[in-house]
Design a protein around this ligand. Structure first.
Ligand code: ADP
Ligand code: ADP
Length: 229
């Protein structure tokens, strides 16, 4: 079953072309690692998938829905696609628990009690439930990022997109976030991860996709990828 497909996608920022003829299919349950040099378009590519960026040509489908500029479509896509950023993007004035409850309540009308139950369950899953009543500033970067993952999961997405989720972390906190992502992968979540963590790629990825200058230039299972010069 195809979860995401991108066909002949082209994207410009003004006169600068950031994506060139992107063709990519991701099956349900597949784990993709996207890598490549800074500025090669990795972030732009995944941001197009949940319509944080628009694209000018081609077609993107997520779970059978064709992305368009219609608000209804964008809302539908954002429910299906969870995203985790390099900067954790938690609301500073909300507690950890409130951060996780907000989106399900606002975006899909989940009641308060059920939102709290979901949030507590997911905070437990990312091993941070004991921090539920703290504010983001009271947490380490690694803890904040795990909260950001739990928050995205509270929408029960079918796909998770990660944009360099460990790049802003102190080295000693990278492992706890990667371990959370590995657990998610083991549960069968469809994932696209932009990351420089090649150990993670080797362990988790079904395919590694390499980008350069806005195009996909290579695609292989990690074992093949890392032995080819
Ligand atoms: P990566 O994630 O691989 O580092 P990006 O997708 O962030 O690459 O950026 C790809 C290219 O698009 C870069 O040259 C970058 O400068 C450019 N770019 C990214 N965002 C914008 C923007 N909002 N406006 C103009 N150019 C942008
Ligand atoms: P990333 O590689 O994670 O996208 P960047 O530092 O490249 O991070 O980009 C940070 C923000 O600046 C993004 O919102 C991106 O769209 C924007 N940006 C990046 N390059 C440019 C550019 N050349 N012109 C305008 N905005 C840009």
């Amino acid at each position: 079953e195809t979860m995401i497909s991108m066909a002949q996608v082209e994207k410009w920022y003004g006169s600068f072309q950031a994506l060139h003829d992107i063709n990519m299919t991701v099956r349900s349950g597949e784990r993709i690692v996207l890598c490549g040099p800074s500025g090669s378009g990795k972030s732009t590519l995944i941001r197009c998938i949940n319509h944080l960026e628009t694209y000018q040509k081609g077609e993107i489908r997520v779970g059978g829905i064709v992305l368009s500029d219609q608000a209804k479509t964008i809302d539908a896509i954002r429910r299906e696609v969870g995203m985790v950023f390099q900067q954790f993007n938690l609301f500073p004035h909300l507690t950890v628990l409130q951060n996780c409850m907000l989106a399900p309540m606002k975006a899909i009308g989940v009641g308060r009690a059920e939102a709290e139950e979901r949030a507590r369950g997911l905070l437990e899953r990312v091993k941070i439930l004991e921090q539920a009543d703290k504010y983001p500033v009271q947490l380490s970067g690694g803890q904040q990022q795990r909260v950001a993952i739990a928050r995205a999961l509270c929408m029960r997405p079918k796909v998770m997109l990660f944009d360099e989720p460990t790049s802003a972390l102190d080295p000693e906190m990278v492992k706890e976030v990667l371990d959370t992502m590995i657990a998610l992968a083991d549960e069968g979540m469809t994932m696209i991860c932009v990351t420089h963590e090649m150990g993670f790629a080797r362990q988790v990825a079904d395919r590694v996709i390499f980008m350069a200058s806005g195009a996909i230039v290579e695609e292989a299972p990690p074992a093949e990828f890392f032995t080819n010069p």
